[in-house]
Structure formats: C-alpha cells, structure tokens
Design a protein around this ligand. Structure first.
Ligand SMILES: C[S@@+](CC[C@H](N)C(=O)[O-])C[C@H]1O[C@@H](n2cnc3c(N)ncnc32)[C@H](O)[C@@H]1O
Length: 261
C-alpha cells in the first residue's frame, strides 16, 4: 500500500483556518500564496457566515483533541499526518521535557522543517531538542521501526491521528491500527487518540467543497465506525484494552481515546 500525497494540500487549508481565526501566531507561516489565492476565489462564491462556521467547527475539533491530550498527560507523543498543525511546536515550547514526534509525507515534512527554521529565526525562539519531524507514510511503513531511535519505551506514549482516517480505505485503516498497536505494545504505557467524522460540511456548499477537495486530492471520504457503540466494540476487538468515546455534537465527530494497557 502507498499513501496518496495529493491529500497534503488539505494541510495548508487547515493552517489557513487556524491563521484566519487567530489560533496562534505561527500558523500564518504555513499559508502559501496559492492557497490564499484559492481562498479569495472561494470567498467570492461562499457567504462569510458559512466560512466562519466551517472554520470554527474544524478548529474546535483540534481544541477538543488538545483537551483529550491534556487529560491523558503523555510524556511522549507521536502525531501521524501532522500536516502544518502548530500543536507540536506550541506544546514543546511550553514543555521542554515533552517528546513530540511529528510525521507526515516527505513533501509536508520537508516544507514544515524549512518553515520551522524560518519561525525560529524570525520569532527568536529555539526549537526544543525533543521536537522531531520524520517523513513517514502511515500506511506504507513500520511505524515502530522508523521511530525506534527517537522513542523511549518507559514514557507514557500517545499516538494521535487528526483528520487522517477519513482518507483511508478500510484496508488502509486496518493496517494503520495494527501499526499503531505494534508500537504502543512496546511502550510501558500507551494510548491512541483519533476521531470518526460523521459530517462536518453541510448543505449544497458542503457538497461542493467536498467535491472540490476530492478532485484536487484524488481521494474520497471513508467512515470506519457507525456509532459510539461500534467504536467501543471494534477498537477493543482490534487489541486495545479500554476506550473512552466523546461525542462532539458541535463538530459532528466521535473522538476516541483507546488505551493499550
Ligand atoms: C486534513 S490534513 C490534517 C493535518 C493535521 N493533522 C491538522 O489537523 O492540521 C490531512 C493530512 O494527512 C496527511 N496524510 C494523508 N495520508 C497520509 C499517509 N498515508 N501518511 C502520512 N500522512 C498522510 C496529509 O499529508 C495531510 O497533512
């Protein structure tokens, strides 16, 4: 199996949402001129209120994931499909002991590393030595083997996937879960945090935007669980010990934190 790196453009779209809403002062660095041009064009057709609502919902999802991360209190985080999320940067700037490994396709990681160096220079900050960026296709590599030298198996470890799974076919999702379990089983304590998106974009405009995204990224959306009970049953069947599910009605997502031990 091989991941589809055309999906990478969606990462920049989310950086734009973070920047638009003033989520943090770093997201702006990840917003390129092409995405700004596309956004300008989109605003011509879509009412501001729709854009506002869509962006707020999407960033609320990130904030809800942040809250679940805090509740788990990890010492080590592996983020799959990190895109241009500023979470790794913000968290490692706040806590220098936290080990944070961001992973995504090669083109995303190369660009992110370059931009992080710019941020370091322009914002006069020092990246934490525990903040790592690694090129990994989540469905085409052994996660543990690739990250072994960066991982400390005594640390409480959390693997995160934010807006990745909806791009994976059932077979790819299955591979990704086995890969994550294989990594977490080698850690003293570990968990996996992700979400099942029910429907984030509503109405005719929503369908148009999804059509546009799918055409550019040559992809489509997949769902992996039917409801909360299904998440609990299926995740346990896959090898986790317990699962906590949070129904986020505003963002229309079921967030789950699955513990391996
Ligand atoms: C919608 S963006 C989300 C980015 C980030 N998680 C965020 O919330 O800002 C989807 C991300 O998934 C990444 N992606 C998709 N398939 C992948 C795969 N097989 N392996 C690694 N990354 C993948 C894309 O490159 C992109 O960065």
């Amino acid at each position: 199996m091989k991941g589809n790196d055309k999906i990478a453009f969606t990462a920049e779209a989310i950086a734009l949402m973070r920047d638009y809403l003033g989520h943090d002062k770093f997201s702006n660095y990840f917003v390129g001129s092409q995405i700004l041009k596309n956004f300008k064009m989109l605003r011509f057709f879509i009412p501001n209120s729709y854009i506002d609502n869509m962006f707020r919902k999407r960033i609320k999802l990130s904030n809800e994931i942040d809250n679940l991360i805090k509740s788990y209190k990890p010492e080590q985080i592996v983020e799959l499909a990190c895109g241009y999320s500023t979470r790794g940067l913000l968290m490692t700037q706040k806590n220098h002991n936290l080990s944070y490994i961001e992973t995504d396709f090669s083109l995303v990681i190369k660009r992110k590393k370059k931009i992080l160096r710019d941020i370091e220079n322009k914002e006069k900050i020092k990246l934490s030595k525990n903040h790592h960026l690694v090129e990994i296709d989540a469905i085409n590599s052994d996660l543990y083997k690739n990250l072994r030298t960066l991982l400390d198996n005594k640390k409480r470890t959390l693997v995160i996937a934010e807006t990745l799974n909806s791009y994976l076919t059932p077979e790819e999702f299955d591979f990704s879960i086995k890969n994550i379990i294989n990594l977490l089983r080698r850690m003293k304590q570990g968990a996996y945090l992700s979400h099942e998106t029910k429907k984030m974009l509503s109405g005719f405009i929503g369908r148009m935007l999804l059509f546009y995204r799918n055409r550019i990224a040559k992809t489509k959306g997949y769902s992996h669980f039917s409801d909360e009970a299904d998440i609990k049953k299926s995740i346990i069947k896959k090898g986790f010990k317990s699962v906590q599910v949070r129904n986020s009605r505003i963002t229309n997502n079921l967030l789950y934190l699955a513990r391996i031990n």
